[in-house]
Design a protein around this ligand. Sequence first.
Ligand code: SAH
Length: 344
Amino acid sequence: MTGRMKINLKGLDTQETEKWVEELGLEAFRGRQIRQWLFKRLASSFDEMTNLSASLRELLKEKANIDHLEKVRTQISKDSTEKYLFRLNDGLHIESVLIPERGHYTLCISSQAGCAMGCAFCLTARQGLKRSLTPAEICDQVIQAKRAMKEPDRLTNIVFMGMGEPLANYQGVIGAIDNMTAEDGMNFSHRKVTLSTCGLAPIIRRLGRDTTVNLAVSLNAADDETRDFLMPINRKYNLKTLISACRDFPLPNRRMITFEYILINGVNDRSQDALNLAKLLAGLRAKINLIPLNPGPDMEMTRPSAERIMEFQDILIRKHFTAIIRKSKGQDISGACGQLSAEA
Ligand code: SAH
């Protein structure tokens, strides 16, 4: 039997792990011990689990796997951003990006190999969807990043902004968030996990019921005509449907929804677009991240001038929005937003 056919313990939650060990005839606390090794001590093999007897480790090896992603390349940007290329068990590739911030790190992770959403400005879209990642594969991006860090505790923030559409892999993503935020898992604060979506409105509603992680919405246009052109998903869930799901999204502890807005020269960067955006988001607890378009090969669209970008921001600020121009990090290693293609 290959490792892939056995259950991967990194994909089970606390109860499932306890149930699984009990079915093997072991006591429930063995489950907690295993989870400690996996999520806190970042073990990559059963043999490292030295508080389990050799015979128990053999039994576990026979019944389960803790396969990890194979890191096949690390690229380091001039700004210290690091991009990792991982190979999955079946030979597909994904990328994650470790971003240094003031005093802490943020890891940008992938939820799918490829993506089916087809956004006009995004490189990942060009490869189409290969497949969704399992909870274990999503969690393992965090585990492998931590293993490579000198101070793993400084990785405090996770963003689902890598390859794929997280809400198109709901089960996988929810399973991964469980183990990232569980106390006996990686113990990340829900407040420091952000899920970014292109706008699958019905699933945004479900997310609001199931979790308390932060929501980011890739908006990129404030009228349906422009958004239809940039993001095909808009033809299914238009702006009215999307914004209504956002208005109903429960915001605990006075948090805000982040709206990402890529600025594209001559497409969505007019003053009128900024005014439309302000109108669309009126009354929402919204923070707007303006992202000047990152270039890609064979991309005809370009980013606006610095003055245009600032004017756009000014209009939003005058309308009392928090609007931040987000400088994309890691551009020189194609690690910035929309640049992940996982070419080996
Ligand atoms: N599918 C999810 C997760 C990917 S997030 C989503 O759409 O939100 C990727 C972020 O990068 C999105 O906010 C997207 O709008 C942005 N992005 C994609 N391509 C980009 C590009 N070429 N330049 C700048 N930002 C881009």
